[in-house]
Design a protein around this ligand. Structure first.
Ligand SMILES: *Cc1c(COP(=O)(O)O)cnc(C)c1O
Length: 367
């Protein structure tokens, strides 16, 4: 079209890899012709969210006619009380993904170098590239654990930003505190060390906030309400920063009214209902163990996971397996990163959803 020819799109954006989003449930119903869908592609909480959050939406407490508080004050106070991080070091975003983007915009320019792992969380690569940076990805070891020695070597080259998801998405492996210590010790003050703890609540081995006060280390710990708290549709996550200077940079790098009032209020309430969150995490981790065991019994390798999903190596291309599972009403995420075409990431759902997955998988991989 002629109008397109006259435009001059930013090539850094035009060439960006697309984020590999999980398939929408309605679309899955249409394609599979099934009404009951096991939605296991996006690591959501299969039990929904706290009933206290649902009650808020039905009450007069929530007033959609007013602009949200751009400072997210009440929510930041609740986060500060729970994490012991000072109020001025906390930034809230429209999902923690917005903070990944803000970090990239605030600390990367054309020619900067960023570091992450592979297989990787898509946005840890896409957002730095959008900012003009090049991204080095350090592969996991053969048995799908973090390669600490290789990461130490890469950190010695002083990348501007290091995105480390622990537990990893998509693998699910987690670092121990001693390993995180090694990486922190290898990180120069010229590197912003971003510990993405989207799955923090599903494990009890590491707590990145212990690194926030360390002198000579510039750190942001990312957490989200999308996974354990079950608020993925509301889009709210946060960053805990080493100092107010970093938090201030991230605030400047994002829009002022990015976190809507429903999200702020719901997240504050969800954080106050630890009991609901912990109960759902307990059910999910128990199911994860059962599913991983059964997948292993089918002769497939599932990487050890400390999150609400498992990463499974398949005997044929992951895309084909995912397509066959879809026809049985089971939506999973085939991994699209180079070198990982034979892997699926499967979220842990309710016991009924997990059984749908296990039954379909057995059928699909049996020759
Ligand atoms: C899900 C996820 C996020 C993003 O969560 P939102 O708060 O929903 O934007 C960030 N990082 C990792 C590693 C994730 O898996």
């Amino acid at each position: 079209m002629e109008s397109d020819v006259k435009l001059a799109p930013n090539p850094a954006i035009a060439d960006l890899p697309l984020y590999n989003a999980g398939m929408n449930i309605e679309f899955a119903r249409k394609v599979s012709g099934r009404s009951q869908i096991a939605a296991l592609a996006s690591n959501e909480n299969p039990y929904g969210c706290s009933p206290k959050v649902r009650a808020m939406f039905a009450s007069d407490l929530f007033d959609p006619s007013r602009y949200p508080d751009p400072g997210c004050t009440a929510l930041r106070e609740a986060i500060s009380a729970r994490t012991n991080v000072a109020l001025e070091n906390i930034v809230v975003g429209n999902g923690s993904e917005e903070i990944v983007a803000a970090i990239s915009r605030a600390y990367l320019v054309t020619g900067s170098r960023a570091l992450t792992v592979t297989p990787s969380f898509g946005l840890h690569e896409i957002d730095p590239i959008a900012a003009g940076a090049t991204v080095t990805k350090i592969p996991m070891t053969q048995d799908m654990e973090f390669d600490i020695a290789a990461l130490e070597v890469a950190l010695a080259a002083k990348p501007a930003v290091f995105f480390l998801p622990t537990p990893s998405n998509p693998v699910g492996c987690t670092l121990g505190m001693l390993q995180l210590e090694r990486l922190a010790a290898a990180t120069s003050p010229e590197t912003l060390f971003v510990i993405d703890e989207a799955y923090f609540e599903f494990q009890n081995e590491v707590d990145g906030t212990r690194f926030l006060g360390r002198s000579g280390l510039n750190c942001v710990v990312l957490r989200t309400f999308s996974k354990a708290y079950g608020l993925a549709g509301l889009r709210v996550g946060y960053g805990l920063c080493s100092n107010a200077g970093i938090a201030d940079m991230l605030k400047r790098a994002k829009p002022p009214f990015d976190v809507n009032s429903a999200a702020q209020m719901a997240a504050t309430i969800a954080l106050g209902d630890q009991e609901w969150m912990e109960a759902s995490v307990a059910k999910i981790t128990a199911e994860r163990q059962r599913v991983a065991l059964q997948v292993t019994d089918l002769g497939l390798f599932a990487a050890p996971s400390s999150a609400n999903f498992i990463f499974v190596r398949t005997p044929k291309p992951g895309y084909e397996v995912a397509q066959a599972l879809l026809m049985n009403g089971v939506v999973v995420k085939p991994w699209k990163e180079a070198g990982f075409d034979n892997w699926l990431r499967v979220s842990i759902g309710t016991d009924v959803e997990n059984d749908m997955f296990l039954t379909a998988l057995k059928e699909v991989i049996t020759p």
